[in-house]
Design a protein. Structure first.
Length: 236
């Protein structure tokens, strides 16, 4: 039985891909299976947390004891997470949220004759949810803000890029995995990650089942929550 180290805590986990519609039958998406996020949700619930899972489209079964909210697009995921975040002790953003969406979405299927031989697709940026959460906390709104754990899928780990992302997102932990590897990451049951804290210190984990990776990440979360509590002065 897992230690009840998150009993009484509220944890929001985002998982899976988003789908950005082109027309009623086509969309842009990515290879995320949702397995890492679902493993985190399951492990957090097993450790006693009240868990809300905001999930993009996946074929995975909702973990036992987890409340699941299904979304499709980046905009829907952003709305759900930003609305729920102030009530949480921690937000864990594992979802592979699309960075871009089509500017124009057709209301009918676009035929080949309409698209032509070399169709052009115009894209616009979506909301960066993790950055929005970090910015809100930095501005001191809706205190106390949840602790933020971000996940970053990279093709090769460039430490300068990772540290820049860590600072820009203002998260407490950034978990980075190299999705160019064939033995870990997207679709796989295992993962090999490097965990960076807010100061840039790194902890590299070996190849582990995603549920074990989830446990290691949540152990770091428990430490951060304990540090936050010890930093709060007693009344009187």
């Amino acid at each position: 039985m897992a230690p009840q180290s998150l009993a009484g805590r509220r944890v929001l986990v985002s998982a899976g891909p988003t789908r950005e519609a082109l027309d009623p039958v086509r969309y842009l998406t990515n290879r995320s299976s949702g397995k890492m996020g679902y493993a985190l949700a399951a492990e957090a619930a097993a450790r006693g947390a009240t868990v809300t899972l905001v999930s993009g489209p996946t074929a995975l079964t909702t973990p036992l004891g987890v409340q699941r909210l299904d979304v499709t697009s980046a905009a829907e995921l952003a709305q759900a997470v930003l609305e729920l975040a102030p009530q949480q002790d921690a937000v864990v953003m594992t979802a592979a949220v699309a960075d871009f969406r089509p500017v124009n979405v057709a209301t009918h299927k676009l035929g080949k004759e309409q698209l032509g031989e070399q169709p052009t697709l115009t894209l616009t940026r979506t909301v960066d949810v993790l950055a929005a959460l970090g910015a809100a906390r930095g501005a001191g709104r809706s205190l106390p803000q949840p602790l933020l754990i971000g996940f970053a899928a990279e093709t090769g780990i460039d430490e300068a890029r990772v540290l820049g992302k860590l600072a820009a997102k203002q998260c407490d932990l950034l978990v980075v995995n190299d999705v160019s590897r064939t033995d870990a990451g997207f679709d796989a049951d295992d993962n090999r990650v490097v965990i960076y804290d807010a100061a840039g210190a790194r902890q590299a984990l070996p190849l582990l089942p995603k549920r074990e990776v989830a446990g290691r990440v949540l152990e770091r979360l428990v430490e951060l929550l304990a540090a936050r509590c010890s930093a709060v002065p007693a009344d009187g």
